[in-house]
Design a protein around this ligand. Structure first.
Ligand code: GDP
Length: 166
């Protein structure tokens, strides 16, 4: 049974963050082999009577300018972070705030996924939250969730939050 409404969710983040792994985990409940995303992948995911149309948008540098062409009618932005890629946190921070200024995303809720928690040296969700300055985001619903797409941990909690906050 389905309530008839579709919710658009976009997965963004730098290349190698785990976006495609997360998308296909939601789709198949399993870890599948991924290739770098050129352009985008899109899949329909049903969760608690809600239908999510989930877009995985390529994160390589050359593709980042085109992110905004996917923003229209987005209900939720998931930004996926490789929590062990500390060097590039500043890059994703600037991408995040540029993105949030876009008028097509003014009503979208934001879920930050602190992925790859299984890796040694991974920053915790509170540490990443601090680095990204999430506490300063006041004009939308946001949440940070730690996860490991490899182990399938934290991903259900993420969908649960989205279902309750779109
Ligand atoms: P994308 O470029 O953001 O779509 O990233 P991918 O989903 O293609 O993943 C990039 C690499 O990171 C792949 O080798 C994945 O297997 C790996 N990966 C994804 N999630 C995790 C995780 O939670 N832990 C670890 N250790 N590796 C992960």
């Amino acid at each position: 049974w389905w309530s008839g409404e579709e919710h658009k969710v976009i997965l963004v983040g730098l290349d190698n963050a785990g976006k495609t792994t997360i998308l296909y985990h939601y789709l198949t409940g399993d870890v599948v082999d991924t290739k770098p995303t050129i352009g985008s992948n899109v899949e329909e995911i049903t969760f608690r009577n809600l239908k999510f149309v989930m877009w995985d948008i390529g994160g390589q540098e050359s593709l980042r300018q085109s992110w905004s062409s996917y923003y229209n009618h987005t209900h939720c932005v998931i930004i996926v972070i490789d929590s062990a890629d500390i060097v590039r946190l500043a890059v994703i921070k600037s991408q995040l705030y540029t993105m949030l200024e876009h008028e097509d995303l003014s009503k979208a809720s934001l879920l930050v996924l602190a992925n790859k928690q299984d890796l040694e040296g991974a920053l915790t969700a509170p540490e990443i939250s601090n680095q990204l300055g999430l506490i300063n985001i006041k004009n939308r619903k946001w949440q940070i969730q730690s996860c490991s797409a490899l182990k399938g941990e934290g991903l259900n909690e993420a969908l649960e939050w989205i279902a309750n906050n779109i």
